[in-house]
Design a protein around this ligand. Structure first.
Ligand code: ZN
Ligand code: ZN
Length: 444
């Protein structure tokens, strides 16, 4: 189970941890969305995986036949896909993933899930987005928003962010076949989803891994993993350590990475510094890059014009207090594109009195109150006030490392109105008392 309290603990620990250096990840190339005759595509899983490996020459192929009504994909066929995927997967050579496309064409859109032990129980979940997110959360396997808003403008409830299901979804298709969903990527991120970028072919013909779109470009997802094994690829997908790309010629490949020290694209961390150093790398096999853009909170904030196939960009940025996301978009001279997943960075002010934030902000339902826990403390009192100074919530605890949740309700259990709230966290022990103050917004 993905556990929100674990996530919060990691957040808090990441304030202090400068642990051993991370593995040097390598970029592997995959196509994470494709079909066979098990739903509305052609041929068999064996043929599809073999083609992707031997003809398209990619590293990772997922088969995601439709488990959303109208097709014969069933538990027996799904186990056949799993068996085919495991049989053809060879560590260091090729990773095949068994998947399914769930959700509803006329309901809330399509979601691809990977490597769950069983098919999703179709008829219980096909029409209910929340149940779908809940089922995925329980499976703890990668999941991806497919071609958002292709069918309906209100797919995924307009990509509304459900904080309880933050860890249900890992990736979003910035590219699906001919469709470019960059604006939906921005919408999801702006709404609060912490999702990474992918680009896939959604094959319905015998071209798994090398299907070009109408402009001749091939969509591929770059997956930064420590090794080419199924476990590492799944870990990288859940960590959102990916990039989305469109490549031409067919064997061109782009490696685009965005790091801030030890932190890679896809990570979420908190820093007390308003000065953030980014290391951006882009390299390509066949074609030079003409532009590299850094997006800050959805808007281009910095750019570079390299005209080179290997680019290293060390960038220092001053950012304001609050929650931010940053990603890179790279453009080659032939206009091929690549997008990295975002780095999600919460910036606390240097003044210890203001080191309190909520995650997420704004708050829709539940949030965690994140502050810097002090040592030698045995009483933590938390108070929340509205802007008129009325106390709406209070809480006392004894363990500074324990997760502190607020359900955005007052002490009577009523949901507080939308607006700005002040949070005060008082930590005291035998030797000291420290008060931290922050603010958050409730917006439903
Ligand atoms: Zn679909
Ligand atoms: Zn599909």
């Amino acid at each position: 189970m993905k556990n929100i309290s674990q996530v919060c603990l990691i957040l808090i620990i990441s304030l202090f941890a400068f642990g051993p250096s991370r593995a040097e990840y390598k970029c592997f190339y995959g196509n994470l969305h494709a079909h066979t005759s098990y739903s509305d595509g052609e041929s068999t899983p064996d043929t599809a995986f073999t083609y992707a490996r031997d003809v398209a020459l990619i590293d990772i192929q997922a088969l995601t036949d439709h488990n959303n009504g109208g097709y014969d994909y069933n538990p027996f066929l799904y186990q056949k896909v799993r068996h085919a995927a495991d049989s053809i997967t060879v560590d260091g050579v090729f990773v095949a993933l068994a998947g399914q496309e769930i959700g509803k064409t006329t309901g809330f859109g399509h979601i691809a899930c990977f490597e769950t032990p069983e098919l999703s129980p179709l008829f219980n979940y096909a029409s209910d987005l929340i149940s779908c997110y809940r089922w995925i959360l329980g499976e703890d396997k990668p999941a991806m928003f497919c071609h958002p808003m292709l069918f309906q403008p209100d797919d995924f409830n307009y990509l509304y962010y459900y904080s309880d299901y933050n860890r249900s979804m890992d990736l979003l298709e910035v590219i699906n076949q001919n469709g470019v969903y960059e604006s939906k990527y921005l919408l999801a991120l702006q709404n609060g989803w912490q999702v990474g970028a992918s680009a896939n072919q959604d094959n319905h013909n015998r071209n798994w891994g090398n299907a070009a779109n109408s402009s001749g470009r091939i969509p591929l997802t770059g997956v930064w993993a420590d090794t080419l094994t199924k476990a590492s690829v799944l870990e990288a997908m859940q960590a959102r350590r990916t990039c989305a790309m469109l490549v031409y010629p067919a064997m061109d490949r782009m490696e685009v990475s965005l790091r801030s020290g030890e932190h890679w694209q896809g990570e979420h961390f908190i820093t007390p510094s308003t000065s953030i150093n980014f290391q951006i790398k882009a390299s390509a096999v066949a074609v030079n890059f003409k532009k590299i853009y850094l997006y800050t909170d959805g808007i281009v904030s910095d750019s570079l014009s390299p005209d080179n196939r290997d680019v290293y960009w060390d960038l220092n940025k001053e950012v304001k207090w609050g929650k931010h996301y940053f990603f890179v978009k790279a453009v080659q001279t032939d206009n091929d594109l690549a997008w990295t997943s975002p780095l999600f960075i919460d910036v606390l002010q240097d003044d210890p009195k203001t080191k309190v934030v909520t995650w997420p902000t704004p708050v829709a339902d539940d949030c965690q109150i994140v502050y810097q826990p002090l040592t030698g403390v045995n009483r933590i009192k938390t108070l929340i006030y509205d802007v008129a100074g009325n106390r709406v919530w209070e809480h006392e605890a004894s363990d500074p490392s324990a997760v502190l949740n607020w359900d955005s309700k007052d002490m009577k259990g009523n949901r507080v109105p939308n607006g700005l709230y002040i949070i005060k966290v008082e930590q005291s022990g035998p030797a000291q008392t420290s008060i931290a103050i922050g603010k958050t917004a409730v917006s439903r």
